[in-house]
Design a protein around this ligand. Sequence first.
Ligand SMILES: [Mn+2]
Length: 420
Amino acid sequence: MSDSRGGWWPPDLDGDETPHEHHHHDGDPAVLADLDALSADLSPSLGTGLEGHGAVDPYGARQGRRPGPIFVDRYDGEASYGIQTFGKLPVCLTPEDLRAGEMEVAVLGVPWDATTTGRSGARFGPAAIRSCDYVGGFGYPAPHLGTRVDAFADLRMCDFGDAPLHLGNVMGSFVGVRKFVGAVVETGAVPIILGGDHSITWPCAMAVADHHGHGKVGIVHFDAHADTAPNSPGHLASHGTPMRKLIESGAVPGKNFVQVGLRGYWPTPDTLDWMSQQGMRTHFMAEIEEDGFDAVLERAVDEALDQADYLYISLDIDVADPAFAPATGTPEPGGLTSSQVLAAVRRLSAEVGIVAMDVVEVSPPYDGPGAITALLANRAVREAMTGIAMRKRGLTQTRYVDPRSRGTLEPRSLRRNVSG
Ligand SMILES: [Mn+2]
């Protein structure tokens, strides 16, 4: 074992001092060999090309529907009704729809949770996140109150629906997810992906890197966890492995990672060593507690600006404290606040610019009736949209806030309202 535990644990039952290949799963060698043989039979490749991406509209094709966004909102001047998409945005079903509508942002879901090690249920994340609208949406004027930028007015955005999956088949599903996201990226739209457990970042970020170039994409990764574990014996993916897979494949080199919010009791020391060997820039909660979140976010923004040509945000909702995001696969106390998460996403989207984002690990069965975890994820997507719209307007300066919202106006005396 490479982990030092004072030499007394685990007990050396067979007297063999040779380090085991699988450092965190010492078990019956025969069982491990069988498991390895199983995974060796299956190629862990995500495949190539975009044929069979599953973003199709068989009914529309049968009816001769002209490509373009399908409007599902019933805004009556006061409130918004219709069919629940993200923000009541129009629906696009095919890449042709995205192109015809010249879509700049496409929200899509990946309802997958078969690779979680803790609480499952993230497959219900996309639907729960969409259902958190109450402020209207498409067609309804709703500027972000801090910046006075209305992403729904400024950007052409749609809901692209959920990726088709093959339940029980990890690699079959992930090959499909890579194609599905790749088909969106190819049209020029920024995908905003609603997870799903965190394993989906492997095929999603792979699709983005395939398009923009391996080595060109950087990831700012908000998470309580590093997600850099090696495969467990016989496994091809888990929600603890996506970042290692992206690094080992060369799609997103370690030096292109900026991680924020890590805490708790995982990963193991040898994995932490591996991370620093890869040049990953990791900001632990300990650093945030020491220097404050603003200072650490400043560093993360600087690193994101110098690390790579294109930025992908991967937001594991568990970076927020369980007080703000209890409904998640592997909650870890001691995290960020909601306002810290939201400001960080908006600032990166505006000041650095993003080509994609995922919001993962929302597990609605563990949310209370207030659905606060799904709500935080919904608003994180809104902040990303606001940031993208800010960037389009040229509002890319550090910590931009509209003067009307800063509290720096002339103080108004109550006395003026008092007669005499
Ligand atoms: Mn996590």
